[in-house]
Design a protein around this ligand. Structure first.
Ligand SMILES: C[S@@+](CC[C@H](N)C(=O)[O-])C[C@H]1O[C@@H](n2cnc3c(N)ncnc32)[C@H](O)[C@@H]1O
Length: 225
């Protein structure tokens, strides 16, 4: 699905969020607060927005995705940052790089079947004190706002058809949001997966959540010793 969507992905994001997704992505990077020389992995990087923003803070960025077409666009878009971002194909649920200062996943975790296991795997790859940042589309906690949000989601596939983007991708968005945990549930899942929640908010005007967690300075193994 993402292979087919890739050429229209950035344009459709602007349309369906009225350009707000750029602000949300900047907020994720601000909260992750990358520092010069840090090792950061952006999983499910797509067309590379987060990787590019992170690399501008002079961090060393690894950026992975399962879609080759997405990665091709990401590489083209990051020509100025080519020395600080390493793009590669990988499954976001099982990252292969360790000793990381931070991991980000933006509009990616909803596509992964086992969220808890994925976060646990991410925590394993972080240094003690490492940060985990997640931006995702999610139903608002407030029932009235949820109703408006779901109405908007229902017309999404029609929008996609109008703009000649694959309709099925936006029907998938509408349906997957229904089963994706909302903010409070995600906070619990993070805590159960080994993260201390340090930031968790629904972003204006709702429909997106931003979560930041921190891996404990003392690992479980050290506690046992
Ligand atoms: C909605 S896009 C998000 C892209 C980008 N992170 C952003 O903020 O715009 C979701 C991306 O997740 C990728 N993806 C889906 N499942 C994945 C998985 N299991 N491992 C790695 N990437 C995955 C897709 O190929 C797609 O590029």
């Amino acid at each position: 699905m993402f292979e087919e969507l890739a050429p229209k992905y950035d344009f459709m994001n602007s349309v369906i969020t009225f350009g707000l997704y750029k602000k949300w992505q900047k907020k994720l990077v601000e909260q992750i607060n990358p520092k010069e020389g840090e090792r950061i992995l952006d999983t499910a990087t797509g067309t590379g927005d987060i990787a590019i923003l992170l690399s501008r803070k002079k961090a060393d960025i690894f950026a992975s995705d399962l879609s080759l077409n997405m990665l091709k666009i990401a590489k083209k878009r990051s020509i100025d940052e080519k020395d600080s971002i390493k793009f590669f194909i990988d499954d976001a649920s099982t990252p292969k790089i360790n000793n990381l200062d931070a991991i980000t996943i933006s509009f990616g975790i909803r596509n992964i079947p086992n969220i808890k296991k994925t976060i646990q795997n991410h925590v394993e790859c972080l240094k003690p004190g490492g940060r985990w940042g997640c931006l995702e589309t999610a139903e608002p906690e407030n029932p009235l706002l949820r109703m408006f949000f779901n109405l908007w989601m229902m017309i999404m596939p029609i929008f996609a058809k109008f703009f000649k983007a694959p309709k099925s991708a936006y029907a998938y968005l509408r349906d997957s949001v229904k089963t994706f945990p909302r903010l409070e549930m995600m906070k619990k899942t993070m805590e159960k997966s080994g993260l201390k929640v340090i930031y968790a908010k629904e972003l204006f005007p709702m429909g997106a959540i931003l979560l930041i967690g921190e891996k404990s300075e003392i690992s479980k193994r050290q506690k046992l010793n």
